[in-house]
Design a binder for this molecule. Structure first.
Ligand SMILES: Cc1ncc(COP(=O)(O)O)c(C=O)c1O
Length: 386
């Protein structure tokens, strides 16, 4: 009888482990290496053996196995940051004279890469409304070489209809990429919804301890894996073995950390919804979220990152609120053990539609502190708005 498929907690505990290759140690060795020594001339130029450490050592392979164990797919390629993983995936798809269709809700540095670097390479970018769904079909032309999704958008939290977008793109032979960092690959499975490439900023939940920058691109098929891995090689991308080790170590506790952050974030979001200072809480698991039905259909959970809009207030009041927190801190990034809050309006760029909220947009990355302490900190912050 075939073994029953193991649950994600078990897969996270086991994936990439090979004690027989590491003197019995449960964790893989960290080989600091550039050079690999080979005994035979045939091995130098053959395909059978690893010939240079940039292609990845045992610890890199173990990390990739763990990533695939979470999200599925035919393979994974590593990159030195989440942003490098976004740009790697795009570069693997585009061609000179072509066009990238990118969600208007995309992470700002990914947008900067499209607007500057891709433009210099002769690739146009057109931004589309994140809620476009199947109507993306009307945007696809013979020049379209890729459709890029980020769901939910990491500032504004629109959930995209990934299956509809992927199906429309596939019908025209166009690949799709999703920045799937928010779900950590745990709560959304891009390949089950027809997406070709999934990007993870492992810097966030997989790393989990705010001490690491690593990214990955997972591929649905062997062909796409070969294409992305080839692009990474052409670009000379590498990840240090120490960083690969830390990302893998973080993944062992990913599910437990994510579950706690997820529960606390929902508690905070529900509490914020009761507060008179708040215009709108933007959390996909709340029934008030405009894409709540899509989230319920496609996701199995929500991570700890969400937004809220304050009623319009004076800038000095906002400053007093944000600079006075004692449990949370202000900072970019997210997915770490510590709660972070950041004002987002300065980062918001929209060209396919307008952002219509009157008050300031804030983003909260809920960490592992007790939710009551976070609520007390937030309550005191909201009092400073008065
Ligand atoms: C949605 C999203 N994708 C990618 C990245 C990039 O990750 P990294 O900081 O590792 O470059 C971030 C970072 O904030 C992000 O929010």
């Amino acid at each position: 009888m075939a073994d029953a498929p193991r649950r994600i907690e078990t897969r996270l505990a086991q994936a990439g482990r090979n004690p027989a290759r590491s003197e019995g140690a449960v964790n893989p060795p960290v080989h600091r290496a550039s050079t690999i020594i080979l005994d035979q001339i045939e091995d130098l130029y053959g395909e059978a053996k690893r010939t240079y450490a940039l292609d990845g050592m045992q610890v890199h392979e173990a990390l990739k196995e763990a990533l695939i164990a979470v999200e599925g797919g035919a393979g994974a390629s590593l990159a030195p940051s989440g942003l490098a993983a976004c740009t790697l995936a795009l570069l693997a798809c585009v061609r000179e004279g072509g066009e990238a269709l990118v969600t208007d809700s995309v992470y700002k540095p990914t947008r900067r890469f499209c607007d500057r670097m891709l433009k210099r390479l002769g690739v146009r970018t057109r931004y589309y409304d994140p809620r476009i769904g199947a109507d993306i079909a009307a945007q696809i032309t013979d020049e379209t070489c890729v459709v890029f999704l980020e769901s939910p958008g990491s500032l504004t939290f629109e959930i995209q209809d990934a299956p509809a977008i992927a199906a429309a793109a596939r019908a025209r032979g166009v690949p799709t990429i999703i920045d799937n960092t928010w779900s950590a690959g745990v709560y959304f499975k891009p390949f089950e919804h027809g997406v070709d490439l999934s990007v993870q900023a492992l810097t966030k939940y997989q790393g989990g301890h705010s001490d690491l920058l690593v990214g990955a691109v997972l591929a649905r098929s062997k062909d796409w894996q070969a294409r992305v891995f080839g692009a990474a090689k052409e670009l000379g991308l590498g990840v240090s073995p120490d960083d690969a080790y830390l990302a893998l170590r973080g993944m062992r506790t990913l599910f437990a950390r994510l579950a706690q952050a997820s529960a606390s974030a929902l508690t905070l979001a529900q509490w914020l919804e009761t507060r008179p200072e708040i215009a709108r809480v933007i959390h996909p698991a709340l029934a008030s979220h405009p894409d709540h039905a899509l989230w319920r259909r496609d996701f199995s959970g929500a991570s700890g990152l969400f937004g809220f809009v304050l009623k319009p207030c004076a800038p000095e009041k906002l400053k007093a609120m944000l600079e006075g927190f004692s449990v949370m801190a202000m900072g970019f990034s997210w997915g770490g053990y510590e709660s972070l809050i950041v004002p987002c309006d300065a980062q918001l760029i929209r060209t396919a539609g307008a952002w219509r909220e009157a008050g300031p947009l804030l983003r909260l990355s809920v960490g592992l502190e007790h939710p009551d302490d976070l609520i007390a900190d937030l309550a005191a912050g909201l009092e400073r708005l008065a």
